[in-house]
Design a protein around this ligand. Sequence first.
Ligand code: HEM
Length: 134
Amino acid sequence: MNKIPRGTLQEQTFYEQVGGEETFRRLVHRFYQGVAEDPLLRPMYPEEDLGPAEERLALFLMQYWGGPRTYSDGRGHPRLRMRHAPFTVDRAAHDAWLKHMRDAVDSLGLAEEHETQLWNYLTYAAASMINTAD
Ligand code: HEM
């Protein structure tokens, strides 16, 4: 019999499975390189320096996928729809955001199953952030 000894099956979070902090940092860094060049998205970001926004998104995604809770330690409950209310997130902004995210996800070279899981979440989350009627 091929028994698995008790205590040797470790439940890993998605965060750990895809490579932890480094993977999320790479994802978000690549994403913001796209945003920096984007004529629609770049003006939406209030700060001159995109670094702090990059940090917030990286920490949020790390926390969401089971990593450290550093995002909420600093920012409290995410309340993402509320935090996006000052910005016009219409269909065009949504499409541009997802375009850069797609490019960033592709750059990671994840296993297909992980990639699908991450992408399904990002598309769902992006659709839920739209706050205009069109
Ligand atoms: C759909 C198109 C989206 C647009 C145009 C957009 C745009 C923005 C802008 C302009 C900011 C302010 C930058 C800053 O100061 O941090 C921001 C913040 C943020 N966004 Fe988005 N966003 C979108 C979707 C999303 C999605 C899908 C997520 C999550 C999966 C997300 C997560 C965040 C986070 C965590 C912050 C920082 C919140 C904070 O702590 O203040 N955004 N976004």
